[in-house]
Design a protein. Structure first.
Length: 99
């Protein structure tokens, strides 16, 4: 089973979602980032399949976060990333926040 790629640096947590990323695992990564790392993750997805999986994972994570009394929301934007072949490609970036 494929895993979600979670990239952590000092300032933020980025979760890269692919078309074969398991949505439950991505949702759990979001929950862990919020409640254990105390950071709001950025979800990056390339292509229709990746965006589909990211949206489903965010919907599941919203339910997981709601059990703690938080409302998970998202702002969507674009990000330039380097593809596997070294070319620059555009990804959708889902910036999560709670309200």
């Amino acid at each position: 089973m494929s895993q979600a790629n979670v990239l952590v640096n000092q300032d933020d947590i980025t979760i890269r979602v692919r078309p074969n990323s398991p949505v439950q695992q991505v949702a759990n990564s979001i929950r862990i980032a919020i409640f254990e790392e105390h950071k709001m993750p950025i979800i990056r997805a390339v292509g229709a399949g990746g965006v589909n999986q990211a949206c489903k994972a965010i919907a599941i994570a919203r339910g997981l976060v709601a059990t703690q009394g938080f409302d998970l929301s998202v702002n969507i934007g674009f990000a330039n990333v380097t593809g596997e072949d070294g070319a620059e490609i555009t990804a959708l970036a889902f910036h999560l926040f709670v309200r």
